[in-house]
Write a protein that binds this ligand. Structure first.
Ligand SMILES: Nc1ncnc2c1ncn2[C@@H]1O[C@H](COP(=O)(O)OP(=O)(O)OP(=O)(O)O)[C@@H](O)[C@H]1O
Ligand SMILES: [Mg+2]
Length: 585
């Protein structure tokens, strides 16, 4: 009973707004009763004014009609307003919940789920849920109430004729139920395709440089068009089903009305009934079909909403595999060492990326990690701030397993400059102060200076207030790196991880940044992944990682004579550096 579960789960989100909903429902019952009154009034209108030619009624009835419309209008306004208020509140809550849940999920989740799809879930799916909640909760009640009041009127006016008219009712109900089921299936498909569209948009707009560079515009345009065609086909199939239910009901309703005209007319002709009764009856009957049709539309949006809710709940139900323990403790400031013991790690089941790492990084030490590409260097350092958890073995800081401490107390101690620099579309200042929101202007400036970024920042048109574009698109690679180094400097964390932090810098600015880093690493525990000789030379110790294992360990001077992997890497990568280094020395 997945459907039942989804609905009752949705109702949970309605709960906080129960009182608004109840008031809205009361308004709606009044609106419905006024609809009944409208139909009822046709009888005195015809019989008293037109047939009995009653003068007082001529004055009274128009006043009553005015009153009925006024009351109906007022309450219909309040009902619609409150209903929107409830629906929009639920949307806001669900979006907030979904977003904070997504933020709590581990990095691996973001590597599996395309960005555009997540955006689509937060925007488009949640929107459909709102439609379902507000339409269904009150819409169904409103329409059912109206139907009840109007059925009351027709039975009150003439129960025999009413029974005849009711014959066609079951015929009307059946298609509603049947169409609804198909509608839900198609809705799921259409939401999935919408997510795809959103994803293509996201990727090709943010990656437009590559699209252009490889002349893939035509290809992307046709890929987009193809997905839109799929969406079009699904929506049209859905429309066919949605659009046929209403005319079908009208035709069936027409059968009922014809029967009534035939039977009721004959009663009036035989003087067994009055024209007023007959027209009041007919008015009520015609008015009934409107809310019944409404029920069918509601059913459609309910089915859409359920499909969307299932997609939203799918994400909400993802359990974080890198989660904070309930009784997590605060990690004290590092004093002794970071220690990997037999640490193994795999991203997916088949391949092990780290194959039993034993490594102790003493507090205050500068450790350089080198190795062939894909060897597992970035993976190794990503374990320290718990972007991932070891598959087996352990990682401790001062003897405390990092899985036992709070994320905040761990991550507050780790400053990271990642291999891919990540900047936000915000000002230079806010990018540097990211994570150090209470930093003073002076501190930000000092950090920029230490990262050798002050010069180019001050040359920018608005200095620290310059907005740098999405992912720092308006900066050069080296400028981007220096801003992210400044960010790490400002954070002033006791553990520093630099993953190829200086790879995009030319030798001269690297030399400068190197000095900044040297200032930075003092009294800090630093792990630096590097391929530049100058960076490695200054390290206290070097480990060489190949295919997930530590194969060599030592210093530049002890490793080189071994003639092993380090020597090979050195000869391949560091030759140019060494030459440049000699020149500057
Ligand atoms: N998110 C991921 N999911 C699955 N496999 C991954 C993921 N990230 C990396 N890998 C794989 O893990 C291995 C180690 O990657 P890692 O990024 O740690 O290498 P690296 O030593 O940092 O290489 P480089 O010097 O090129 O940066 C590679 O084979 C890579 O394909
Ligand atoms: Mg790497």
């Amino acid at each position: 009973m997945k459907k039942q579960g989804t609905i009752s789960r949705l109702l949970q989100y309605v709960k906080p707004y129960k009182s608004w909903l109840v008031i809205s429902m009361v308004c709606m019952v009044i609106v419905a009763s006024m609809a009944g009154a409208q139909a009822y009034l046709v009888k005195p209108l015809l019989d008293e004014i037109f047939f009995n030619k009653d003068g007082t009624m001529l004055k009274l009835i128009p006043l009553v009609i005015m009153g009925v419309f006024l009351v109906k209008g007022l309450f219909s306004y309040s009902y619609n307003y409150l209903l929107q208020k409830v629906g929009q509140s639920i949307i806001r809550d669900l979006r907030n919940l979904l977003y904070s849940h997504i933020q709590s999920l581990p990095l691996s989740f973001f590597q599996k789920k395309p960005t555009g799809e997540l955006i689509s879930r937060i925007l488009s799916d949640v929107n459909l849920i709102q439609g379902a909640v507000s339409n269904v909760l009150v819409g169904i009640l409103k329409d059912t109430c109206q139907v009840i009041f109007l059925i009351g009127v027709i039975f009150y006016q003439d129960w025999r004729m009413a029974s005849i008219a009711m014959i066609s009712l079951p015929l009307v109900i059946y298609p509603i139920v049947n169409f609804g089921r198909r509608h839900r299936r198609l809705s799921r498909g259409s939401q999935q395709t919408t997510a795809q569209v959103s994803n293509i948009l996201y990727e090709t707009i943010t990656g437009n440089r590559i699209v252009k560079a490889f002349s893939m515009e035509k290809y992307e345009v046709s890929r987009f068009a193809k997905t839109l065609d799929e969406l079009f086909a699904i929506v049209m199939r859905n429309t066919r089903i949605g659009a046929i239910s209403s005319p079908l009901m009208e035709v069936l309703g027409g059968v009922g009305i014809s029967l009534v005209v035939w039977y009721g007319g004959s009663q009036v002709l035989a003087d067994k009934s009055t024209p007023g009764t007959f027209f009041s009856f007919l008015t009520a009957l015609i008015m009934i079909y409107q809310p019944i049709k409404g029920v069918s539309a509601i059913n459609n949006s309910l089915q859409q909403g359920i499909a969307a809710a299932e997609r939203v709940f799918d994400v909400l139900d993802i359990q974080s595999d890198v989660a904070e323990k309930k009784d997590a403790i605060e990690l004290p400031l590092i004093k002794d060492a970071i220690e990997f013991t037999n640490a193994r790690f795999q991203y997916d089941e088949d391949t092990e990326v780290l194959k039993g790492i034993n490594l102790k990084v003493k507090a205050g030490e500068v450790l350089a990690v080198v190795g062939t590409s894909g060897g597992g260097k970035s993976t190794l350092v990503n374990l320290i701030p718990r972007f991932y958890d070891v598959s087996s073995g352990s990682l401790t800081i001062d003897g405390t397993d990092i899985r036992d401490v709070t994320f905040k107390s761990l991550r507050d101690q780790v400053g990271v400059v990642t291999q891919q620099t990540i900047l936000f579309n915000d000002t230079v200042r806010n990018n540097i102060a990211y994570g150090s929101l209470d930093a003073s202007e002076e501190q930000i400036k000092d950090a920029a200076r230490a990262a050798h970024a002050l010069g180019f920042i001050q040359n920018m048109p608005k200095g620290f207030d310059t907005v740098i574009g999405e992912s720092g698109a308006r900066l050069s690679g080296g400028e981007r790196q220096r801003i992210s180094i400044a960010r790490a400097i400002l954070k002033n964390a006791p553990i520093l991880i630099l993953d190829e932090a200086t790879s995009s810098l030319d030798t001269e600015s690297e030399h400068e940044v190197q000095q900044a880093i040297e200032n930075l690493v003092q009294s800090r525990t630093t792990i630096v992944i590097a391929h530049r000789l100058s960076t490695i030379r200054n390290a206290d110790r070097i480990v060489v990682i190949q295919a997930g294992e530590i194969v060599e360990e030592g210093t530049h001077d002890t490793l080189l004579p071994l003639g092993g992997v380090y020597k090979m890497l050195h000869d391949m990568q560091f030759q140019n550096d060494a030459m440049e280094l000699k020149d500057t020395e």
